[in-house]
Design a protein around this ligand. Structure first.
Ligand code: ACO
Length: 462
């Protein structure tokens, strides 16, 4: 039992500042919660007490009959303290304060005031100055971001609200499933560490992605990271890498970015994976939420193009992914699956004449052999082969083999390749339009796996 259970899985929610006006945030919050399929009780709170979207509303949280687990507050900052006091008196233990106008604009006194009320009643507060919280297991979209979110296995914690909302759109566009989206805002009470601790125990979350500008309590964050990374990969995007970036972060969220080198070292020590940009972070998270971790250091490349196989080999070697020199027995097995001019060493080049069967038989071999720990499958578009049919053969083989090692794909070519990759993604095989992106994702998975293996070894020795 965690004191954040009622924030993530409330049985009843009050929206304070709920409005009938579709241009208001208080309208969007009610609308998103309803659209998301939330099954608990929903109580709009509005000074007029007028119905909102067919729901009976109340003029104060104190007048709501029965228990309320969570209050989402979207009223102008000047009223927030009074609303929180009412919530405390009502016995509400969790708050999401959407309202802006606190520390982020220099109004420290008001932020301290609301925090003292939160502490007085033993409540937990997300915010203020947040866009809300989405949590797939409770089907609760308590945000004024997008109404449609694909449920899945990436949890996204963000210090930037606008970026968070934009990311919700991005995950929709690329069919990336999300378990949680959490806007951190001013972090007056709840910090990233609290969220990490909670998500570490969350079964739906397989990887966590954090956008952070600065930590309130670096040591605590590091301890939470250490606890989380033992269980699941944590990918961090920390902005303010440069001096000017750090000063931009200071004026954006008031974060004291500190020395970027110190953060970098702390992330490494705690097993967190630092990504350079959003595209990279999502590339990594996609692999880590769709596929199991590498089984051993031996990576196999299967391709229909020699050049792209060589480029991918370079990318692997440069990023610490080992291209396994195939032993004789496997070489002779692969040799049977390709024309005489193919290459049965690693990368295995099935040649431009590789059809569905060559791909599926090669994959079958790779899946079955326990000496292979991870697989990269590449396809370059040719006039005589159909990328969508090849993608389907890869999916069928993967599903029939119940594979326990990670498979990443890269299809290089035109529109049909895009369609093929969409099909692969939809069936949990992460596909990337550029092989180096597939390698980067696999390399980061290896880094995380090595980190956890090292820790396990250490604890077995002690
Ligand atoms: N109790 C209940 N309802 C109240 C109370 C109260 N004490 N006071 C006001 N209300 C109602 C209002 O009557 C109104 O409902 P109505 O439309 O039916 O009249 C509703 O609450 C909203 O109040 P308004 O005064 O109309 O305020 P408005 O909706 O314009 O703004 C808001 C409120 C959204 C909280 C605004 O003050 C604010 O802080 N905006 C910024 C939010 C934000 O960006 N957060 C950070 C997100 S992160 C990012 O960067 C995207």
């Amino acid at each position: 039992m965690s004191d954040l259970d009622k924030l993530f899985c409330p049985k009843s929610v009050a929206i304070v500042g709920a409005s009938k006006n579709p241009k208001k945030i208080g309208y969007e919050l009610v609308s998103n919660i309803l659209a998301g399929g939330y099954e608990g009780k929903l109580f709009p709170v509005n000074p007029e007490g007028a119905d909102v979207m067919g729901l009976k509303s109340f003029t104060s949280v104190k007048l709501i009959p029965g228990d309320v687990d969570l209050a989402v507050i979207a009223v102008p900052a000047v009223y927030v303290a009074d609303v929180i006091e009412d919530c405390g008196q009502k016995g509400i233990k969790s708050l999401i304060v959407i309202s802006s106008g606190f520390k982020e604009v220099g109004n420290t006194e008001l932020e301290d005031k609301i925090l003292s009320i939160v502490r007085k009643y033993g409540m937990r507060m997300l915010g203020p100055n947040v866009f809300g919280l989405y949590y797939a297991p409770s089907r609760m979209n308590a945000t004024f971001g997008l109404s449609r979110v694909f449920p899945g296995n990436i949890a996204f914690i963000t210090q930037s609200g606008a970026l968070g909302i934009a990311m919700m759109g991005w995950t929709n566009l690329y069919h990336i499933g999300v378990s949680a989206v959490i806007s951190m805002g001013n972090k007056a009470d709840i910090e990233e560490s609290d969220m990490l601790d909670y998500l570490t125990g969350d079964e739906m979350t397989k990887a966590v992605l954090i956008y952070i500008e600065g930590a309130k309590d670096g040591r605590r964050l590091m301890a939470s990271l250490k606890g989380s990374t033992l269980k699941k990969p944590v990918i961090i995007l920390k902005s303010g890498r440069t001096e000017k970036g750090a000063s931009a972060a200071a004026s954006h969220t008031g974060s004291l970015a500190g020395s970027d080198k110190v953060y970098d070292a702390a992330f490494k020590q705690s097993g967190a994976l630092r990504a350079y940009d959003f595209a990279q972070a999502f590339d990594w998270a996609k692999l880590m939420t769709l596929q199991p971790p590498p089984q051993n250091e031996n990576c196999l490349i299967i391709t229909n193009g020699g050049g792209v196989g060589v480029m991918t080999t370079d990318a692997c070697e440069e990023s610490g992914v080992t291209i396994w020199p195939l032993p004789d027995d496997l070489q002779s097995e692969f040799k049977k699956l390709m024309p005489v001019f193919g290459n049965f060493k690693n990368p295995v080049d099935l040649t431009g004449q590789a059809y569905e069967e060559s791909y599926s038989k090669s994959l079958e071999l790779a899946f079955k052999d326990p000496r292979i720990g991870s697989i990269i499958v590449l396809y370059c578009q040719t006039a005589i082969t159909d990328p969508v049919a090849i993608a389907k053969s890869i999916i069928d083989t993967c599903e029939s083999q119940h594979c326990d090692k990670p498979l990443v794909a890269s299809f290089i070519g035109g529109q049909q390749c895009d369609e093929a990759m969409r099909k692969l993604d939809e069936r949990a095989i992460p596909a990337y339009p550029i092989p180096e992106r597939a390698v980067s994702a696999l390399a980061s998975y290896y880094r995380w796996k090595r980190y956890t293996d090292r820790l396990e070894e250490k604890s077995a020795q002690s």
